[in-house]
Ligand binder design. Sequence first.
Ligand code: CTP
Length: 422
Amino acid sequence: MDTEQPTAEIPTEPVILPRAEHTISRKQIDENSLKVLYRLRRHGYKAYLVGGGVRDLLLGRTPKDFDVGTDATPNQVKKLFRNCFLVGRRFRLAHIRFAGGSLIEVATFRRQATEEDRPEDPSLNPFYAENLFGTPRQDAFRRDFTINALFYDIEDFSIIDHVGGLRDLRDQRLRVIGDPLVRFAEDPVRMLRALEFVARLGFSLDETAREAIYLRSALIAEAAPARLREELMELFRHKVAGHVFANAQGLGLLEYIIPGYQAGPGTLALLDAIDRRTAAGQPVTESLVLAALYYEIFSAGLVAAGDLPIGEVLGRAAKLLIPHCLHFHIASGIRHQAAELLVGCYRLQRGPGRRGQQRFVRHPSFAAALAFYQLCCEAGQGDVELLSAWRQSLTETPKEAPRKRPRRRRRRRKPASSPSQS
Ligand code: CTP
């Protein structure tokens, strides 16, 4: 594919913003990244800050990390840094480690593969397309979105924009580099990333990209489940899960990300409640995410079933979660914790007055279930009065005195028969 064809939107020449015309200062850049950039530069290589770091600095946000792009090959990078390790099977990257555990990723400029690059037998080198070194301009064009393809050049502190990313940053618009239909077909996970960035940055999604997601949504079913699982958790870490799930569902993408899944309005409200809680500083776990995705369906199934023994409820929760966990290779421990949250909510719904419920208060899963039920209440999915009744009963439940361990009797050993006795 030739994404480099200049169009009305893609300039033929890069826009170069000199130091005086942008706000990025070296004070904002991590010290170790600067060391790497300077050393590469001193040895005659090009050295740019690339990707999300440049985007975030220009938006006045704090970048998660600073990645470096260079024309030095991975082996040349390795020769310059004692603390350098080459990693990656698909594409070779240099990782430079510093004291205190910080790690700077250095990637050689690469280019998009063309038909001519295709080996006669690609099975002999399945990653051929990932390791083609290229020019900085080609490297910009192989990236996903224009705002992610800006370079900060350590030589003169200018910003280099090959793809119109500066204009899109200014217009707060997320635009795919090249034809979205083609770029999404190359890597369908870009569709989910597009929705993630739109939500994280509060940008609008370019109309051609929106249409392409609508048309190509089914392709995402072919993406590796492990990668999708990671991207889904990223949504929660960035506190945009509710927003992105709603958008993905609206565009017909969600049912292909999680096969056959549909999020009801209660679920979307619950994801929003989780995002608010994460924004307030609480960490999010995968078991909580799983429980939230299936809580509404789980509860709806129980309404008609009446009173059930807990073993049966646990069985229902497991049955609901198993297909998802098998598809995404989620460990049974995580699934079990999610099932406990769901069953915990069932027990909470029965109220604190019931026989045996006070034992539940002392159960190790109680606190997590109560916290989850509070989220359900915030999302209009739980009974607020019941929640406060449980809170009340907590203050009234006497702490059980720790049970004394029964003393173990020492077994008398038979006296070994002495040789003299035998
Ligand atoms: N990238 C890409 N296509 C992908 C993944 C990454 O083109 N499927 C490029 C983009 O230029 C992106 C950079 O690699 O900016 C780094 O990717 P990543 O760390 O996933 O995202 P960031 O943009 O750095 O955003 P953040 O780390 O804040 O999530």
